[in-house]
Design a protein around this ligand. Structure first.
Ligand code: MG
Ligand code: MG
Length: 250
């Protein structure tokens, strides 16, 4: 069952989204060579709590960090560690979730550190645009899979691949709600979108093949071919006209 959010819920979800957006913005500026992913995690937790929210990933199914930080071939769910330091040329994925007054927001971005190769720059550009295209299809009357299909076709047209083993999701009173939002599939299937449906849309785009594996830590998802991957995510709420992107800073 997909439950449409009331206006009151949408207002709270917007505030939750703005908290995530603010923290993500500060964190992006802190991603410089030499800083450890543990230090980034500590700062994120402090900021989230100071803004009156709770880091949604901390303890989620036992996840040890407050946020996920995944580097280069790591796609998602990287665990922050003191031993992992950011280096020049890395691409760093930061994924932040927060719960505020009982409602969730979830957003991720990929940050290049200093100079990256033209092909990696292109990867980030394709990932960023894939998310925008997905969001532009989150409108009343569309089928859910129109979002999925628009993302996949854009990525494939650039000779890259989308991860299929992990998908976007509904969001609201829970971090993960129905429906699942795959980044692939045919158009015109699944539920019809209506105002008040809240979705975390999150393409994971690989420069190489789509296959991923989970490391022995039980969390970190990496590309099987070890080629770089990017991840961009926003929490959006379908409404008449353009969707409300709660995690885009106003
Ligand atoms: Mg996320
Ligand atoms: Mg998510």
């Amino acid at each position: 069952m997909i439950r449409r959010k009331t206006q009151r819920e949408i207002d709270v979800m917007f505030l939750a989204g703005q908290i995530v957006a603010k923290v993500l913005k500060v964190l992006q500026e802190m991603v410089v060579p030499g800083i450890s992913t543990f230090d980034l995690d500590q700062k994120a937790e402090e900021l989230i709590r100071n803004l009156g929210a709770r880091p949604a990933f901390k303890g989620y199914n036992g996840f040890p960090g407050s946020i996920c930080i995944s580097i280069n071939e790591e796609v998602i769910h990287g665990i922050p560690k003191k031993s992992v330091k950011i280096k020049e040329g890395d691409i760093v994925k930061i994924d932040i979730g927060a719960e505020y007054n009982g409602y969730y927001a979830d957003s991720a971005t990929t940050i290049p550190v200093g100079k990256v190769s033209p092909e990696v720059e292109n990867l980030l550009e394709v990932g960023r645009k894939a998310l925008e295209i997905g969001i532009s299809n989150a409108k009343p009357g569309n089928h859910l899979s129109d979002i999925s299909h628009s993302i996949e076709s854009f990525v494939l047209a650039h000779n890259m691949s989308v991860v299929k083993s992990f998908v976007g999701h509904g969001i609201g009173r829970e971090l993960h709600e129905e429906p699942q939002v795959p980044n692939y599939g045919p158009p015109g299937t699944g539920p019809i979108l209506e105002p008040g449906i809240a979705l975390a849309i999150e393409p994971m785009v690989n420069l190489g093949k789509e296959d991923v594996v989970i490391l022995k830590d039980g969390w970190t998802v990496i590309t099987r071919d070890k080629k770089p991957s990017c991840h961009f995510e926003h929490t959006v709420i379908v409404q008449d006209g353009e969707p409300l992107i709660t995690t885009r800073l106003k």
